[in-house]
Write a protein that binds this ligand. Structure first.
Ligand SMILES: C[S@@+](CC[C@H](N)C(=O)[O-])C[C@H]1O[C@@H](n2cnc3c(N)ncnc32)[C@H](O)[C@@H]1O
Ligand SMILES: [Zn+2]
Length: 353
């Protein structure tokens, strides 16, 4: 029996790149015979990925069971109140995908959202007319995406449990690839080599699946953000000053604090630029999402001080942003362009193939 999965892009074999066809509950390679499980409507190309989630694994599984029994949005109502707002935002905040207005051209193409999480960006882009392949290495997250997609009858979203380190897609398949808060976590997916090598491998994979002139969108923290100098914790390792240390020292410090090795590498603007150039990307443009890439209200083109000043004036008028206001006050005495370029909290990056 052959039955169909939503197909934006055909899956190919991770071993030989042969086309995969669905046979009962497996995807089977027509060339070498290798096969992968399909659980429900989710093809699974990953085994034993470390769990990642805003909810603990057991709570996430309960959420999935509730969503399967009823409607996914109703299931969200059962989440403990202190976490509910964040989860709803990760699922449904359309504005998380509004960086798409930075993209050149008007054509709505094929998108690969890597580490799609609970789906805010995937469904924001799908609602805007893009065709989206959403992958996540955590089966619970990929399953949740599929439940949403199926219950809302959205045909332009394809989901799979797959890793950035092994992409089951043909070369030159996508117009856009997204990694929103994902590149920094990849070092945890493959611990036998150093995190920077893992990240480089993923960028190489992405380069290969992008069409000529395709665009990679990355949103991520800045290793030398001003806030880390001020003693704020790195949100990935949970350690103060770790991002600023040489990697070996950070690794040693992280072990000393009983958090395992330091694997969640983030970089400075130069670091990202170098890494992307080494992966083959040509035009690399940096933007400043404020107050952060997760919940930006504005995205400022870097180095254009007029626009930067305009946005800072806006922040000045916002409520509940006292820390940023203090920073702005401080910043008035520094050349704003220079400061933003190097010490911004986060970057949004467009890299063209
Ligand atoms: C910080 S969350 C970001 C989720 C989503 N992009 C967003 O912006 O809401 C990081 C996501 O990356 C996923 N992830 C981690 N390692 C991955 C890998 N090797 N391949 C694919 N996804 C991965 C995690 O499961 C998690 O969903
Ligand atoms: Zn094969």
């Amino acid at each position: 029996m052959v039955n169909k999965l939503p197909t934006v892009v055909q899956y190919v074999c991770l071993r030989c790149k042969g086309v995969l066809r669905k046979q009962r509950n497996r995807l089977v390679c027509g060339q070498c015979g290798a096969s992968w499980d399909v659980k429900g409507s989710v093809p699974c190309f990953v085994k034993d990925a470390p769990y990642w989630g805003e909810l603990p694994q057991e709570e996430m599984r309960t959420l999935i069971n509730d969503a399967k029994k009823g409607y996914w949005k109703d299931a969200l109502k059962t989440i403990p109140q202190e976490k509910r707002e964040e989860i709803i935002s990760c699922c449904s905040d359309e504005t998380r995908g509004w960086w798409r207005y930075l993209l050149p051209g008007k054509d709505k193409g094929k998108v690969l959202d890597i580490g799609a999480g609970l789906g805010a960006i995937t469904f924001s882009l799908a609602n805007a007319g893009y065709e989206v392949v959403a992958i996540d290495s955590v089966i619970e997250r990929a399953t949740f995406l599929a439940i949403r997609r199926d219950q809302d009858r959205i045909r332009s979203v394809q989901t799979a449990c797959a890793s950035a380190l092994e992409l089951p897609f043909p070369e030159q398949s996508f117009d856009i690839v997204i990694m929103n808060g994902v590149l920094e976590w990849l070092g945890l997916s493959e611990t036998s080599i150093s995190p920077d090598k893992v990240q480089k491998r993923a960028l190489q994979n992405i380069f290969n699946v992008l069409k000529p002139d395709g665009i990679l969108y990355i949103a991520i923290e800045n290793r030398i953000s001003a806030i880390y100098f001020l003693g704020f914790k790195d949100p990935h390792s949970g350690l103060r000053f770790a991002t600023l240390m040489p990697r070996k020292m950070a690794d040693w410090y992280s072990r000393l604090r009983r958090r395992g090795g330091y694997k969640t590498y983030i970089y400075s603007k130069f670091g990202y630029q170098k890494m992307l150039q080494e992966a083959g990307f040509k035009e690399i443009t940096f933007f400043l999402p404020l107050p952060s890439y997760r919940n930006f209200q504005v995205i400022v083109p870097m180095g254009r001080s007029k626009i930067a000043k305009y946005c800072f004036t806006h922040i000045w008028n916002m409520k509940r942003l006292r820390f940023l206001k203090m920073m702005v006050h401080f910043l008035k005495f520094l050349p704003i362009g220079f400061f933003l370029d190097y010490f911004a909290p986060d970057y949004s990056i467009l890299a063209k193939k």
